[in-house]
Design a protein around this ligand. Sequence first.
Ligand code: AMP
Length: 420
Amino acid sequence: MSTFQAPKGTYDLIPPSSATYLAVREAIAAPLRNSGYGYIETPGFENVELFARGVGESTDIVTKEMYAFETKGGDKLALRPEGTASTLRAALEANLHKGGNLPVKLWYSGSYYRYERPQKGRYRHFSQVGAEAIGVEDPALDAELIILANQSYRSLGLSDFRILLNSLGDQECRPVYRAALQDFLRGLELDEETRRRIEINPLRVLDDKRESVQEQLIGAPMLRDYLCEACKTYHEQVRELLTAAGVAFEDDPKLVRGLDYYTRTTFEFVHDGLGSQSAVGGGGRYDGLSEMIGGPALPSVGWALGVDRTVLALEAEGITLDLPAATSVYAVPLGEEARRVLFGKVTELRLAGVATDFAYGGKGLKNAMKSANRSGARLALVAGERDLAEGLVQLKDLQSGEQTAVALDAVVDEVRRALA
Ligand code: AMP
């Protein structure tokens, strides 16, 4: 071990388990690629002000969890804690919304950073795959995103998860509700910090996990009862579309989520095998965000699914993904001449698209065959001086142990046939 370890709250993805992470990212992205979403990649850091304004000054993410720093040049930056604000910033900057082709549908995959108290499922560096549909207000778009997230999880074989759904109202009805909620909350026994939250972002108080707070919240006014007609109709349509698509969900009138920009549809995917960090993904509509960061009115909706927690969810359900072996053929040369010839065959096989590896370092036969087995390869290609003198190599099936001599110039074809 070196003197250094991965920083607190982080961990390394290493083979072989890292293959599962890649497969999860792929599985989440596949339905998006198939539904008109284009890939976007933004920097790992942004102007800190983007998150302060976008995610919200009163959120834990901005006040407590942001890796903010000043550069030598005096720029105030922050490592990105989430993907929506950056994606919208990039879309506006590139004028994607002006192409006359709304919604702008984008997907991304990357690392995010939050200075959180680490525990299982909660890290300071984590991965998300996200999707944003920018510039259109249409309940079918909200439904599409929920259906696609559901499809991603199902394609991985997950089933022990639930979809929680709520509407947070809009600029018309939410302020009325906010005032009613504030009146109610001001009458409760709460600590200093929570009292401050009542004034800045009272909805977040509903999300307080503490028992002492939750028991006082019984009888609190619910947003559901304050939704305006437009929001009610919109929400009903989202619900109907999901039901028609066969996607089961639970209405959760208390779901608010930790980011300030959400309006109307909000949802969370929770997995029941994960303990306290049960949210595997979440998202919603953010009709006001564009204006909050200086853009035009662009009603939008999106989600982010956590890759780390999705992998934990697979473990919790005992699911092992059926991943193709990294190596199909493993070449074992015996002697110098065989090294030269087989190395050439390895390159040839790789060019032909066959995943091939080679016994490097002049290992003896026994060790090399051990490496061949460990690689997961189906076939070993073994050659010694005598085989080569006859223009042959041995093709060995590592499962059955069966071995056949193959002419050197027929190796690629024979390997292909054996793998088919
Ligand atoms: P959020 O951006 O907070 O809505 O989070 C979306 C998803 O990202 C969550 O449902 C989690 O799966 C994942 N996530 C958020 N924060 C963390 C974290 N600190 N560690 C691991 N995963 C996280």
